[in-house]
Structures are given as C-alpha cells and as structure tokens.
Design a protein around this ligand. Structure first.
Ligand code: NAI
Length: 282
C-alpha cells in the first residue's frame, strides 16, 4: 500500500516534530490540534527549525519552502477522511487516546492505518477501541524527533504483518531506523532507560555519590553523551515517574519500584528543566 497523505494529531513537542519529518520526506501532511494556540505554536516551531537548518546550510531555502508547502494546519478531526495514515501524539492518557481512536475509526478511510506515538500505553488496548485492530500500531519516535534516528515500531496483539511492513517501509523513507518491538510495558527503550535513571536516583538518595559525580560516572565511564540525572531533568521528572509506575504496575515486580526521592521531587514541583529545577537548577 502506498502512503502519501498523512495526518498528525497533536501539535505539541512530539507531533510538530513528527509532522516536520514527514513533510521533509515528501509526504502531504495535515497537522491537527484541538487547541488553536498549540496548533499555531507547532507550525511556528517547524518554520523556526527549518529556518535554522537553512542558516546552518543543512537544507536549501527551496527545501524549506517545499516542506512548508506540504504542511497544512487542521483543527477538525473530520479532515482524517482524506488520509492514508494517521498518527496520534496527544496527551498520554488512555481515556483521551481511546476516544480519539474510536472517532478516527469512524472518519478515516477503510484502508487507513492508525498509529500512536504513545511512550508507555498498551497498543493492544488502544487498538481495541477501533473496528480495525489489525491496522493499529505503535510508532514511537524519540525526542527531539528531527534529530533522533530511532523509531520503535510496536505490534499490538492483533496488528497484521502487512500493517507492520507498511510502517517499517515508511520509517525507512523518513531516514529513521526502525526496530520491531512487541507490546510490553515500557516497550524496549523505556524498559531499559528508565530503570537506569531510577537506579541513578536511588544512588543519590542513598548517598552513594553526588548528582555531578553520578552523571560523570556514566559519561566518562560508559561513554554516555549525557548523565542519567541530566537526562531525567530533560525528559521531565513527572514523565520519568509516570513511566516507572507503568513498569511497576505492568510487571508487578519490585525491581521497578520508583525511587522515593523521585516521588518527592515531583510532589515538590521540581520537574526538571521545564520547571527550572530538578536535580540541577536551570
Ligand atoms: P504535548 O503536551 O507537547 O502535546 C500534546 C498536544 O496534543 C497538545 O498541543 C494538545 O493541545 C494536543 N491535544 C490533546 N488532546 C487532543 C485531541 N483530542 N485532539 C487533538 N489534539 C489534542 O505532548 P508531547 O510531549 O508532544 O507528547 C505527546 C505524546 O507523545 C504522548 O503520548 C507522549 O507520551 C508521547 N511521547 C513523548 C515524548 C517526549 O519526550 N515528550 C517522547 C516519545 C513519545
């Protein structure tokens, strides 16, 4: 199946990045958000990033113009009726996501594939909100989308091989590297990353080493580009806690117990870079 017409739902941090990458790769893209301000901001952010790429001579002025010409803002979910592929990047909340998928199922053409960029919610459950679970799949981009190469493609219980293949081919067209993952709490990326971050927080909590030294251990000792506590601040400590809770509940195993210090920081409103304070001050 050839996919040309794409719709991205949610014009926030992830959705705008996803829309940009699709448009840069030649797809006709609708960027949808129910909040007009968020939609405007998402479109402006894309233009800003493309202008920066022109300034740095990574793309030409005409690449930028053509990309923007392939991008159209949308504030009506009904616009999905003209699309071959829809990817959702709205708030990480199962009730809100299943409502959107149930609506999309009624609006989008029969052949359309419906994907979600969820970082932790079960694909199988989201797919069950539709009458086409074999055409529902997880397509998990990393932040910031235009920079990060990885896409986890997550099969729900009922996702068909054909749907998987179409999405894998499309990921290659976006110049990203796909990995195939089964529907399991945290998928692969967050199942590996978050316990490491949680353990770094436990090490701080138990006085093993200071914030700076924990980060230095992983940067200089393991060649990580960024220490785990810095990374946690960038991701957002509330998000880290949320994903740890998904792992803890999903596996029922105490090895995923969120560190009490992480809970305390989130309760204090120390959410990392976005709130001005996390393990570091910004
Ligand atoms: P965000 O809060 O920046 O953006 C969400 C956008 O969705 C907002 O603009 C909001 O107005 C819009 N929205 C909410 N409900 C809507 C609806 N019913 N219809 C249309 N638009 C709606 O969130 P962010 O960070 O972009 O995350 C989006 C999704 O991507 C979440 O599922 C998250 O778990 C996932 N994700 C986030 C990553 C991150 O680092 N922030 C990384 C990978 C996945």
């Amino acid at each position: 199946m050839a996919i040309n017409k794409v719709m991205v739902i949610g014009a926030g941090q992830m959705g705008a990045g996803i829309a940009q990458v699709f448009a840069q790769s030649g797809f006709d893209v609708l960027l949808n958000d129910m909040n007009k301000e968020a939609l405007e901001k998402g479109m402006k952010n894309i233009e800003k990033l493309l202008t920066r790429a022109v300034d740095k001579e990574r793309i030409s002025e005409s690449d930028k113009t053509e990309t923007l010409n392939r991008l159209t803002p949308s504030s009506d979910l009904q616009d999905a009726q003209s699309r071959d592929f829809v990817i959702e990047a709205i708030v990480e909340n199962m009730d809100v996501k299943t409502k959107v998928f149930s609506d999309l199922d009624k609006i989008a053409p029969k052949h359309a594939i419906l994907a979600t960029n969820t970082s932790s919610l079960p694909i199988t459950e989201i797919a069950a909100a539709t009458n086409r679970p074999e055409q529902v799949i997880g397509m998990h981009f990393m932040n910031p989308v235009p920079v990060m190469k990885l896409v986890e493609i997550i099969r729900g219980l009922q996702t068909s091989d054909e749907t998987y293949q179409v999405v894998e081919d499309m990921t290659n067209k976006l110049s990203k590297s796909p990995v195939e993952v089964n529907d399991s709490p945290g998928f692969a990326a967050n199942r590996i990353l978050m316990p490491m971050i949680n353990e770094a927080i436990f090490s701080l909590h138990e006085g093993v080493a200071s914030v700076e030294d924990i980060d230095t251990v992983m940067k200089l000792g393991m060649n990580h580009p960024m220490g785990p506590l810095t990374l946690a601040d960038f991701i957002g400590l509330d998000t880290c806690l949320y994903i740890m809770e998904v792992l803890y509940e999903g596996f029922g195993d105490s090895k995923y117990r969120p560190c009490p210090l992480l809970r305390k920081y989130v309760k204090a409103g120390w959410l990392g870079k976005k709130s001005g304070r996390g393990f570091y001050q910004y």
